[in-house]
Design a protein around this ligand. Sequence first.
Ligand code: FAD
Length: 311
Amino acid sequence: MATTNVQTFTTGEVAKHNTKDDCWVIIDGKVYDVTDFIEMHPAGAQIILDLGGQDVTDQFLAFHRMSVFDKYAPQLFKGLVRGATSTFESKEKRSTQLSRVPYAEPSYWQGFKSPYYNESHTNFRLAVRRFIAKEIDDAEIDTYVKSGDAPEKDLFLKMGRAGILAANLGPGKHLLEYKGPLPSGIKAKDFDYFHEMILHDEFYRIGAPGLSDGLACGLIIGLPPVIKFGSKELQKRIVPQCLSGEKRICLAITEPQAGSDVANVQCRAVKSPCGKYYTVTGTKKWITNGCQSDYFSCAVRTGKKVFRCDK
Ligand SMILES: Cc1cc2nc3c(=O)[nH]c(=O)nc-3n(C[C@H](O)[C@H](O)[C@H](O)COP(=O)(O)OP(=O)(O)OC[C@H]3O[C@@H](n4cnc5c(N)ncnc54)[C@H](O)[C@@H]3O)c2cc1C
């Protein structure tokens, strides 16, 4: 919020605005005109009217997360309290640092000992957090959540360039062969399962699981079968495309008639007479990232006989 060329008020002047038709409050040394907001207040109008014209910083902090402040403060900002200083950290600073709010971070980052984490995990967490704060802003998250649209390709490419897509698959062969950078500059050989967990933790911290799923879930479950079972040619072609964000992949196992009972999969793949291709026929359902994927790791039936247990 720009604070140059803004009006300033004394606390006495603010105090006069204390009715339902003209209501101001002070939060963190700044004046907010909440007149139009009163009726929208989820906890009711009266609680604001009782405090109209006053400094409500303590009351505000007692009942609201900072995201509420971030959302409404810019719209309701009226001016500054003359001579007052602000103590709230900027949103940018808050969203790229470790929180001091109790239980807002895993306990290691609040001063507890852990045999699992070291400095590399802290650096990694901060690097991922900064990436998210920079590349996925709140307005964008809101738009995705409301529209249900798939994230833009540009975001996947940025995740690819930052090494976030590669890191999403955890430690292993793919990472040792991966040539790009990883967040915080960690080396592939030092990357462990706790780094991977931190990455998932940070991506779900944005509070929009649908968006987080949309960004990497398909890759996380769709690419490992290629890495584990794909031919060298397939791996060489597909793995770099998916880890760079150029292409998207998903895992297609479930069908309308086959869920937990994977052995009941009906989707069929028939080899062409030349032996080069398979023709796949069938229906898949509930496939995460299925609508936006370029590649599908599909569970298909290729043999004729099916093993069945007697009922
Ligand atoms: C958010 C989400 C994302 C998904 N993403 C994917 C994806 O990317 N790719 C994909 O292939 N699939 C995906 N699925 C589908 C998911 O894997 C299936 O839902 C799952 O395999 C269960 O199948 P079902 O829903 O048909 O349930 P069912 O198999 O019909 O099971 C229903 C209930 O019966 C129980 N049950 C089933 N069999 C037995 C048994 N033999 N003994 C005792 N209890 C049993 C189950 O535990 C469950 O409680 C996704 C599902 C969800 C919800």
